[in-house]
Design a protein around this ligand. Sequence first.
Ligand code: ZN
Length: 199
Amino acid sequence: MSDFRWGLGHLSLDFVATLGARRGNPVERLGAPEDLAEWLTTAGLLGGTGPSAIPTDAQLDDARLLREATYRVLTAGRLGAAPSADDVDLINRYARGAVAALQIGPGLRVVRLATDPVAVAVTELARASVELLTGAELSRVRQCDGCSLLFLDRSRPGQRRWCSMGSCGNRRKTSRYRAKRDGVAEVPRRRPGVRLPME
Ligand SMILES: [Zn+2]
């Protein structure tokens, strides 16, 4: 599955968004190691496409654990609550994981050597979480009124309600406009004669 969501303002938030619809029936977009490989590659954290770059099942578990701990600590941090010590420990542990060795390559280009590129990518994700959770931008993390994804509000007033005007913001505006035009409340309309299961 490749309907990943990008552009939420921070790598960590794009990562957290790989579990969609948290308020309803969550959608797991990292269902298989190949999904994680695709996400990491698109994020620029995984370079090659050789066999060594496909995560193991254990690494997929690692990534999901890191993601969920990040989400919970983000939520606590946004609301001014104390985060779980276990979650903080888990993120810190991954942030101490494998790193790439920087080497000078041909033409003075940097070469990143890693025996386990996926482990390095997970470390970099954990470091991104540390950076977001301990930085000033934490106070700018919002939850979208439409899709419930977390996003970074970099606008000057800091009062954004939607992850993007192009998707959630526009949908809401359009439904409000239609409701106003038709003189009806903003509720889903159904065809006459169609009975809902609960009726
Ligand atoms: Zn949204």
